[in-house]
Design a protein around this ligand. Structure first.
Ligand code: ZN
Length: 142
């Protein structure tokens, strides 16, 4: 499923919980499959909206393998950055850093990731990174 950040209503994503719930629903829209063993049964993991494989116990967070993987800021702020960048790709990381009171480098890293996605897909797609990883894996096999 594709998420177009120009169409989301940012007011709905003020809390980390709302963002994680949304990411988790997008990510597992076609059902859950464990990345380690391929099992399709899961139970709740330790972190909010994470899923844990009932066979191998591997836990996957809602943000793992998504555009927001390890972005070092609360997910609701990352959503705000994504929203800002897709409406105004020219916004500088300094401006984002000032607005959110976060380190410029953190904003820059996330913005670069978002821009790469925008350039390749024409929109911000939460699951973009996941595909990038798949491509890398395929490339390694050749
Ligand atoms: Zn498993």
């Amino acid at each position: 499923m594709v998420v177009d950040f120009t169409r989301i209503r940012i007011e709905k994503f003020q809390t980390d919980e709302a963002c994680l719930e949304f990411i988790s629903s997008q990510k597992w829209a076609d059902g859950y499959t464990c990345r380690k063993c391929g099992h399709t049964n899961f139970c709740k993991g330790k972190s909010p909206y994470s899923r844990r494989c009932t066979r191998c116990k591997h836990e996957e967070s809602a943000t793992a393998n998504t555009l927001f993987h390890r972005c070092h800021i609360p997910i609701s702020e990352a959503f705000r950055i994504a929203y800002t960048v897709c409406h105004d790709p020219g916004v500088s990381s300094y401006e984002l850093s000032r607005q959110l009171e976060r380190r410029q480098m953190t904003c820059w890293k996330l913005k670069s990731r978002l821009m790469e996605c925008l350039e390749k897909r024409g929109r911000i797609d939460i699951l973009y990174r996941e595909e990038a990883i798949k491509i890398k894996r395929t490339a390694k096999k050749d």
